[in-house]
Design a protein around this ligand. Structure first.
Ligand code: BGC
Length: 352
């Protein structure tokens, strides 16, 4: 379309729009976000209800590079997830593989733009979105050496998303473990909360306990008492021999192949007791709970997976917790990329 064929005023509008586009590209990334950031303290229990029923977009941005583990996020995924009835997505992100190893530990801009795209897609589709720090393995093996870098990464991420709406949640660290003991994690998380609060006074943060976010470690978690803008998370994979049978990354798990979950009274009450313990802890602390990961690997039989998934999801809901299934379309997937369709037994277990 040539400008000379258009009325002069119409050409002027096009020119202004084009210039606006150029200007926009030169502004800092965070200025592109909507100016809708939380302006006053938010009720973490109310915010937790936005997370209600979520799914993890796993094996994409937390792989060393997106695609290395077979998943590249697509616009259509967000649409499918929304239409299926989920309310939220959790996006695991390996920031540590996309930032300088030297101070000031700058995050790669191209990677940041990719995360912007994913966050934007989720929000545009009406999904709440959790971004976390996933697979920061050096934090687990050398926490003292990586403490400063961990905080510097959060300073950048928080600053970058400071203007995003309250439907964006920051989760400080996936599954602290190994040398990052629950005690050490307590002191580092308090520093990270302060760092994020420099730019995001009211955004809701998600924080889980040590020992791989195990519910057994909840009593060891110490959160800054006056900081109420927090949702506590834990991950649930019990019985582990069932959920992780045949998992290539778990030593000895081949021997568990064939383990079923039929929902016997004993099997059910074990799960109910676990959730009751978590709930009691949360009530004492007056904190809302988010089951940030739960799922059974595809080496288990589908009937057992669907029964277990349904039981865990309903038990979480019955105890007032939000949840996020692990995960969308890889080894635990509720969606099958090869047939471009849902695994309906799992989808119906999650969203009845
Ligand atoms: C890990 C995944 C793993 C899953 C279940 C997640 O936190 O990041 O790699 O598949 O837990 O074990």
């Amino acid at each position: 379309m040539e400008l000379k064929c258009l009325p002069r005023w119409w050409a002027a509008i096009l020119l202004i729009a084009a210039l606006a586009g150029c200007t926009r590209d030169r502004t800092p990334l965070h200025a592109q976000q909507t100016e809708a950031s939380p302006q006053a303290p938010l009720d973490p229990f109310v915010q937790n209800s936005l997370l209600a029923r979520g799914v993890n977009l796993g094996n994409a941005l937390e792989a060393p590079n997106e695609g290395d583990w077979g998943v590249v996020l697509e616009e259509g995924y967000f649409q499918l997830i929304k239409e299926a009835g989920f309310t939220a997505v959790r996006i695991p992100i390996r920031w540590s593989a996309h930032a300088s190893s030297k101070a000031p530990y700058l995050i790669d801009r191209t990677f940041l733009k990719r995360v912007d795209w994913a966050v934007g897609q989720a929000l545009q589709h009406g999904l709440a979105v959790v971004i976390n720090m996933h697979h920061y393995e050096e934090m687990m093996s050398e926490p003292a050496e990586h403490r400063e870098r961990f905080l510097a990464l959060w300073r950048q991420i928080a600053e970058h998303y400071r203007s995003s709406p309250p439907e964006l949640f920051f989760e400080l660290l996936n599954e602290p473990c190994d040398k990052l003991t629950p005690e050490l994690w307590n002191s580092i998380l308090a520093e990270a909360v302060n760092v994020v609060r420099e730019s995001n006074p009211y955004r809701i943060l998600i924080i889980g306990p040590g020992n791989w976010n195990s519910l057994d470690a909840l009593p060891l978690l110490r959160l800054p008492e006056n900081e109420r803008g927090i949702i506590v998370t834990f991950h649930y994979y019990n019985p582990f021999q069932f959920t992780h049978q045949g998992a290539e990354w778990v030593q000895g798990s081949q021997a568990w192949l064939g383990t079923t979950w039929t929902g016997t009274p004993q099997q059910q009450s074990a799960i109910q007791l676990d959730f009751m313990r978590a709930k009691l802890w949360a009530e004492q602390q007056n904190r809302p709970l988010f089951v940030g990961e739960f799922g059974a690997y595809s080496k288990a039989d589908m009937a057992s997976r669907a029964r277990w998934t349904e039981f865990v999801a309903r038990t979480a809901e019955g105890n007032g917790m939000s949840w996020c299934y692990w995960e969308f379309c890889a080894g635990f997937g509720v969606y099958d990329r090869s047939s471009n369709d849902w695994h309906y037994p799992l989808l119906r277990a999650l969203i009845p």
